[in-house]
Ligand binder design. Structure first.
Ligand code: NDP
Length: 263
């Protein structure tokens, strides 16, 4: 099926790794153009070096918490491709810490990243999306937003705030013809988990990655029994960006392998 994304331009944050990179690649394979945003310019450039369709990518390094930097990245995308039709607010990480070992600065940083990481992007792309015939935003969130976990208290709270924000912005943007949906992730096999596994191994953990991740999946009540892949998430994101999803807005889609634990 043609997803009608050919020559559409999409800003993807966190595009150098994991979900953002898989989404960018899928968009490119659908004929879209990508404004790729992340902080480390070299890693970002490297991520797209092997692409035959490099002329469809604009590497635009920026920290999503920096309003001016995000505006510059979006403006560069508009100048290069003539407009912006979509945005994927994906950049981020999580803060795993207990109440005893969380500093006030970490709390502020986490809220800053979750809220401004989406807000700055949506504010910058909004006029361009309103001018597009297919304006759409996807915010990347976590199932944690609805099912908070101990040791992820601040991240869970920040994600709940982002979910709430996404719903209200979907309503505000609908009259402008812009759709906004959320994709909530469970456990997805990306750099974040590979880094956590390295820490586990450094601390003497005996399991290999497959056994370690299967144990975690069982512990979290994931009925599929495994982590998801970035490609599996990218499919959900790109489907929601497609003009074929024209009647879907204000929705939140879980990509979590059937997590059964409920609050
Ligand atoms: P990765 O660690 O693989 O990639 C994170 C990306 O975000 C990188 O490109 C990184 O590049 C970029 N990034 C981080 N901070 C900033 C910033 N301040 N400004 C701009 N870019 C930034 O993460 P995943 O693909 O696993 O995660 C994608 C999103 O999904 C994240 O928001 C994450 O919190 C969320 N998520 C992931 C889950 C999982 O299991 N993987 C579960 C639930 C939610 P650079 O460092 O160069 O800036």
């Amino acid at each position: 099926m043609d997803l009608l994304l050919t020559d559409r331009t999409v800003v993807v944050t966190g595009a150098s790794s994991g979900v953002g990179l898989a989404t960018s690649r899928l968009l490119l394979s659908e004929g879209a153009r990508v404004v790729a945003v992340a902080r480390d310019p070299e890693r970002l450039q490297r991520a797209f070096d092997d692409r035959g369709d490099r002329d469809h990518v604009l590497v635009a390094p920026a920290d999503v918490t920096d309003r001016a930097a995000v505006e510059r990245a979006v403006a560069a995308g508009v100048e290069r491709f003539g407009g912006v039709d979509g945005a994927v607010c994906n950049a981020g990480r999580s803060l795993m810490a207990t109440i005893s070992d969380t500093t006030d600065d970490q709390i502020r940083d986490e809220l800053d990243l979750k809220i401004f990481g989406a807000w700055n992007v949506i504010r910058a792309v909004r006029p361009h999306l309103a001018a597009s015939s297919a304006g759409a935003v996807v915010t990347i969130n976590a199932i944690l937003a609805k099912q908070p976990e101990a040791r992820l208290a601040i991240t869970s709270a920040a994600r709940a705030a982002l979910l709430n924000l996404s719903r209200t912005l979907a309503e505000e943007l609908a009259p402008e013809g812009v759709r906004l949906n959320s994709v909530n992730l469970g456990l997805i096999d990306t750099g974040q988990w590979r880094r956590r596994f390295e820490t586990y191994r450094d601390e003497g953990g005996p399991l290999d990655y497959d056994a370690w991740s299967a144990e975690l999946a069982a512990d979290r009540g994931i009925s599929s029994g495994r982590f998801g892949t970035a490609d599996e998430v990218a499919f959900a994101i790109v489907s929601l960006l497609s003009p074929r999803a024209s009647y879907i807005t204000g929705a939140h889609v879980d990509v979590g392998g059937g997590v059964t634990r409920q609050p």
